[in-house]
Design a protein around this ligand. Structure first.
Ligand SMILES: Nc1ncnc2c1ncn2[C@@H]1O[C@H](COP(=O)(O)OP(=O)(O)OP(=O)(O)O)[C@@H](O)[C@H]1O
Ligand SMILES: [Mg+2]
Length: 504
């Protein structure tokens, strides 16, 4: 019995139908360490985490916690054993306050009085402050930013007494500043003796925060490394089984005619205030325009206007020499605008449907896909199969519900659908979020190919490396206004960062 191990997985196998998600996995996490679990999309990382937190039960094998065999048959069992998990899609009730969400499920909640709740709120805020996780516990969750909601989730695990905290891709929803803050918190957790397991696809983050690194590929555990004894390159090679491709050389851009011209645009956000204010932007054919900015500065609303999902209050939009009259999703699709949205499960994919139906959503009206109002079933299946193969989407079969696919594979499916439209303009919001290094290179190549074919891309990203790599021009948004604009060659990280923070 080894009590220095918080987690000891022995020969764990997990099978979903014909998919072997975990294949005789051995995985050891020491008490009090920050352990990063890495691997390509679909490697089986979330599955490992879900077995530790009681969401799934292993098909075979043993789980030991703190040296003793643990029976984790439900999330409740996991909580009792001191395991807390923060899922990628938060599971908070939006209309309840942060504090109410945290105490939800406590047995004596029938006795809840105002005084009791006030005491709990104070207790929760104290706990949050101790770990550097500030949020207003009395606020309803829908009013909190994504970063704050994540803090609520972490505090919820601590409140329930978690000693082992599991975070599945915690930084993929965070801005760079919020991610740095999270790493400080993780270190704080470690210094108080807690154990942390996290996944991420960003190797820089791993090197910055993890004590040890375990790498999975295709359901198997390959190796566990000490961070101090390895480097990004070795880890990347282990993950994908080969060295990464060199990025394709950047071709000189042939500046084409104006494709999109937005002038004096004013757009109201969900919060009722101006999300975009006197906004100007042009995009030419054959160019990638990057939008840099900390989330919440109008980029989401900008993408929604172009996708036909949001009306603008004043100003003009001219696309391919036609002045737009109003917002219409169908009109945007038919004018040749594709959209990879920020939240794929909320607005991009229908989770309970399979790949074929999800691929058809945008093109079922075209003659290739339907005839006199009837879908061409056989052709559509073949067509879907082709796209799934071309974009390397890993799914059990074409009709398997997409919410069973790993996060990265969902993103690839969405990309396949959108790029297949051969759009004039691709609006890509955080296109590589949740993708592994290989798939990220793939998406970058696709965007560059579109550009080289004379198509245009509006790239909205918080990842400065991605923006600097791909964009012909970068426009910086701050408070709904254009703070400044730089060309690819003149772009400078520090200057961009200052503009993103509202300092010229
Ligand atoms: N509930 C489920 N039903 C069927 N198959 C599943 C289910 N959950 C996961 N899988 C399959 O198991 C495999 C591993 O998935 P998992 O989500 O663990 O990967 P991952 O490493 O977390 O990938 P990503 O980086 O893309 O999130 C995938 O092939 C996935 O399709
Ligand atoms: Mg996952």
């Amino acid at each position: 019995m080894d009590e220095t191990l918080a987690v000891d997985l022995r020969q764990i196998t997990k099978q979903f139908g014909t998919t072997l998600a975990n294949d005789h996995v051995n995985f050891q996490v020491r008490k009090g360490e920050i352990h990063a679990l890495l691997g390509e999309n679909g490697a089986g990382k979330s599955t490992v985490m879900c077995m530790l937190s009681g969401v799934y039960r292993p098909t075979s094998g043993e789980i030991l916690l703190n040296g003793a065999v643990a029976r984790i048959h439900s999330p409740k069992d996991a909580v009792k054993l001191g395991v807390g998990m923060v899922f990628q899609n938060f599971r908070l009730v939006p209309s309840l306050t942060a504090a109410e969400n945290i105490v939800l499920g406590e047995t004596h909640q029938v006795w809840r009085t105002k005084a009791w709740m006030a005491r709990k709120t104070a207790e929760i805020e104290a706990l949050a402050t101790r770990f550097g996780l500030p949020f207003n516990a009395g606020r309803q969750v829908w009013q909190l930013s994504v970063g704050e909601q994540q803090r609520v989730e972490i505090v919820k695990t601590l409140y329930r007494g978690a000693e082992l905290i599991i975070l599945d891709e915690p930084t993929s929803v965070l801005t760079p500043g919020e991610a740095d803050q999270l790493f400080v918190t993780l270190q704080q957790l470690r210094s108080e003796g807690k154990t942390v397991i996290l996944t991420t696809h960003k190797l820089k983050e791993v090197m910055a925060v993890a004590d040890r690194i375990s790498v999975m590929r295709k359901g198997k555990m390959l190796a566990t490394l000490d961070r101090s004894a390895t480097d990004e390159r070795e880890v990347a090679r282990l993950m994908v089984g080969q060295d990464r491709q060199e990025p394709r050389p950047r071709k000189a851009r042939l500046k084409g005619p104006t494709l999109l011209d937005m002038r004096n645009l004013v757009v109201i956000g969900d919060h009722g205030r101006h999300a975009l204010e006197d906004f100007h932007m042009t995009i030419h054919e054959g160019e990638i325009v990057g939008i840099a900015g900390v989330a919440g500065n109008g980029q989401k609303e900008l993408a929604e206007v172009l996708a036909g999902l949001r009306m603008w209050k004043s100003g003009t939009i001219t696309f391919r020499d036609t002045k737009w009259k109003g917002a219409s999703v169908r009109h945007s699709i038919e004018s040749g605008i594709s959209h990879v949205p920020e939240n794929r499960m909320k607005s991009g994919l229908a989770g309970s449907l399979g790949s074929v139906d999800n691929l058809l959503v945008k093109s079922y009206r075209t003659p290739a896909r339907s005839k006199m109002g009837f879908l061409r079933h056989a052709e559509n299946r073949l067509w879907s199969q082709g796209l799934v193969e071309q974009f390397d989407v890993k799914t059990a079969h074409l009709d398997a519900p997409v919410h069973h696919m790993s996060g990265g594979n969902q993103q690839k499916l969405l990309f396949a659908r959108e790029i297949h439209q051969r759009p004039h303009l691709m609006v890509a919001v955080h296109p590589s979020q949740g993708l592994d290094v290989g798939a990220t290179d793939g998406v970058h190549n696709l965007l560059m190919t579109l550009r080289d074919e004379g198509k245009s891309v509006l790239l909205i990203s918080e990842d400065l490396d991605e923006l600097l790599l791909l964009s012909d021009r970068i426009v910086v948004l701050f408070g709904g206004r254009v703070m400044g604009e730089v060309t690819h060659d003149a772009a400078d990280r520090e200057h961009l960062g200052m503009m993103m923070a509202g300092v010229v």
